[in-house]
Design a protein around this ligand. Structure first.
Ligand SMILES: CC(C)(COP(=O)(O)OP(=O)(O)OC[C@H]1O[C@@H](n2cnc3c(N)ncnc32)[C@H](O)[C@@H]1OP(=O)(O)O)[C@@H](O)C(=O)NCCC(=O)NCCS
Length: 169
């Protein structure tokens, strides 16, 4: 069941049945480099990640990272969604796509609809994003979405400083 759809994409909640896709996505070199190593190496690890991450977020906040699939055959290509982290005051947008689906505007399409969902359905007044300073693809996408650099932040003590961008609606 779609949460929303765009011209080319369906966006729906992740389930434990998406473990194989999540296993591939979380071990993609770009994911490991720019987001981090979540230590997910087996389908069982991926199910635990889903349970403790996106599924826990749906239960706690009513939103979270969602699965993006390509019409018309519903091929999973990435994740995109809203997160509420304890360490950040505002809800942030996150996304990651398999490398074969990067550079075709899918991330922009999914993220544009995600921001609209946050503003119109969830009633958010502001959305932020955090990204490593060297993740130029992500920064370019966030700026195209209208977010602007605000400050450097650390998500945990001793963690590297990363960029926080924000958009006020
Ligand atoms: C960050 C990430 C999601 C960006 O994805 P992306 O595909 O580059 O982003 P977009 O959807 O904006 O696609 C843009 C490119 O597609 C091209 N494109 C092709 N067809 C297009 C279309 N129909 N519409 C729009 N853009 C199109 C554009 O030219 C654009 O390239 P440009 O910005 O160099 O001009 C992706 O690189 C990724 O998954 N990285 C690994 C995970 C990650 O780092 N996530 C972010 C953590 S903060």
């Amino acid at each position: 069941m779609s949460i929303f759809e765009t011209e080319r994409l369906h966006v729906r909640r992740l389930t434990l049945d998406d473990a194989t896709f999540i296993l591939a996505l979380l071990n993609d070199p770009a994911f490991l480099k720019y987001i981090g190593d979540r230590g997910v190496r087996t389908p069982g690890d991926a199910q635990a990640y889903l349970l403790n991450g996106p599924l826990a977020s749906y239960a706690k906040h009513g939103f979270g990272l969602l699965l993006v699939t390509l019409k018309p055959d519903d091929i999973p290509i990435g994740i995109c969604g809203l997160l509420k982290r304890d360490v950040l005051a505002d809800v942030d947008v996150g996304f990651a796509f398999l490398p074969e689906y990067v550079g075709q505007g899918y991330a922009f399409e999914a993220a544009t609809a995600t921001l609209a969902y946050g503003r119109e359905v969830l009633g958010l007044k502001r959305i932020v994003a955090v990204t490593s300073p060297n993740n130029t693809n992500s920064i370019r996408l966030l700026e195209k979405l209208g977010l602007r650099y605000e400050k450097m932040v650390q998500l945990s003590p001793g963690a590297p400083e990363i960029k926080l961008l924000g958009l006020n609606f």
